[in-house]
Ligand binder design. Sequence first.
Ligand code: I24
Ligand code: DGL
Length: 269
Amino acid sequence: MQQPIAIFDSGVGGLTVVKEVMRQLPREKVIYFGDTARTPYGPRPAEEVVRFTREMVDYLIQFRPKMIVAACNTSTAVALDDIRSRVAVPVVGVIHPGARAANGRTQSGIVGVIGTEGTIHSGAYEQALKQLSPNIEVVSLACPRFVPLVEQGNFRSEETLETVRSSLVPLMETRLDTLILGCTHYPFLSETISEIMGSSVALINSADETAREISTILHDRGRLARNDELPVHQFFCSGDPLMFKKIAQQWLGEQIALTPVVWQVPKIG
Ligand code: I24
Ligand code: DGL
C-alpha cells in the first residue's frame, strides 16, 4: 500500500497545490482536506486558526501520510511550528518555498508580499525572507477584498480591476521587483495584478514552488512513489459536499471521490 501525501487548506484554495502536485508527481496519492464549513481563515484570530489547523491534522494523520502539506498560507503563517511539534512526518508549508523563490528572483532586494490579514499580521513571510537574506527589504500588504472576488469567479471585471488597483496603491510607491502572491486565491488574479504592477514586477506563485519543494524532499529521502498504476486520490471537506465537488472537478478537470466529514456531531434531543 502506497503512503499518501496529505494536503489541507481552509477550503478549496489548496486545490491549486493539489493540481500542481498531480502534474509534477502523477504517481503520488493525494489525500486532501478542505475546511469549507469554516472558511475563510484569513480574517480569524491566530489562536482560532491554530485550533482549526490542529483538528485537520489530527484527522489526516489516520491515513498514515508520508508527508503533510499546509496548502493554506494563513495556516502556514500561524500554525506550522505547532503542527511540526505534533507529528513525526515532514511538514511542508507554502511560505518558505514562496520566500525562497522570491529571494532567488529579486535584483533590487525589495520584495512585496500580499496575503490575508492573518498571514500579513503574522509577519511569517517577512521572517522567512530575512532569514534567507538579512538585508532584504520586505513590503507587506493585506488584501482582504481579493478572496471574495475570486470566489465570485470575478477575475477580470471592471470591479476587480478597480479593487485590485486601489488595494495595491501602497505597493506602487515602492521599488519592489518581485511580488509574492501569499494566498491560495491570488494566482487567479495574476493577470490583473500584473497589469497594475507592470511587467517589470515578477509574480511568485507559492503553490507551484511548494509542489517543487515536495518533489525535492521526497526525492532526497528516497520516498517517491514507485507504483505503475495511477493512484486514486481522496478528498474530504467539512462543509457542503456538492459545492466542493463541483469546484474541485472543474478545477482539476477530472471526477473525484469525496467524503463529507461531520466535525461537530449534532446534539440529539
Ligand atoms: N473559487 C473559489 N472558491 C469558490 C470559486 C468558488 N466559487 C466559484 N469559484 N467558492 O476558490 C468558495 C465558497 N466555498 C463555500 C463553502 O464550500 C466551498 C466553497 C478559488 C478556486 C480554487 C481552486 C470559481 C472557480 C471555480 C473552479 C475553479 C476555479 C475557480 F468554480 F476560481
Ligand atoms: N487559503 C487561504 C490562504 O491561503 C485563503 C482563504 C481563507 O482566508 O481561508 O491564506
